[in-house]
Design a binder for this molecule. Structure first.
Ligand code: 5GP
Length: 120
């Protein structure tokens, strides 16, 4: 993917230019409800840093940013009560991955069986 676009929707949410339904926040991470939920629980977890994708994040995030993102996924899943029954955490990357917004985000999807991982 190309370089980071400061005008992507999640950058605007991080700057407070458009609202979000916040679920969790710390120094490195913001999480909020997806605007078009695909399951009873559908939360997006994003780093506050300007990373385009998991490819970019994996290569360039600091250990603190990386740890905070995964810790947030765990905290949120437990706080929402979906960890025990199970849930899906996915990140779409680039064109073939179906990524619509070019700011790295992890989907947490659960609260009910979420079906097959990939459409057949
Ligand atoms: P992607 O396809 O990039 O993996 O996922 C983007 C997700 O962002 C989609 O699930 C979509 O519903 C969600 N989304 C798009 N625009 C907004 C928005 O303005 N606010 C929130 N909360 N979610 C959004």
């Amino acid at each position: 993917m190309d370089g980071y676009d400061e005008d992507n929707i999640f950058a605007k949410i991080l700057r407070g230019e458009i609202p979000c339904d916040r679920v969790y926040e710390d120094e490195y991470v913001l999480a909020f409800n997806d605007i078009a939920p695909k399951a009873p629980v559908h939360i997006l977890v994003i780093p506050k840093g300007p990373y385009v994708s998991i490819d970019d994040f994996g290569a360039n995030a600091s250990p603190e940013e990386s740890k905070a993102l995964f810790a947030a996924v765990s905290k949120i899943a437990n706080e929402k009560g979906i960890a025990q029954a199970g849930f899906r955490s996915i990140t779409n990357t680039g064109d073939n991955g179906g990524q619509e917004i070019a700011h790295f985000h992890m989907h947490i999807i659960g609260g009910a069986p979420v079906g097959p991982m990939v459409a057949e």
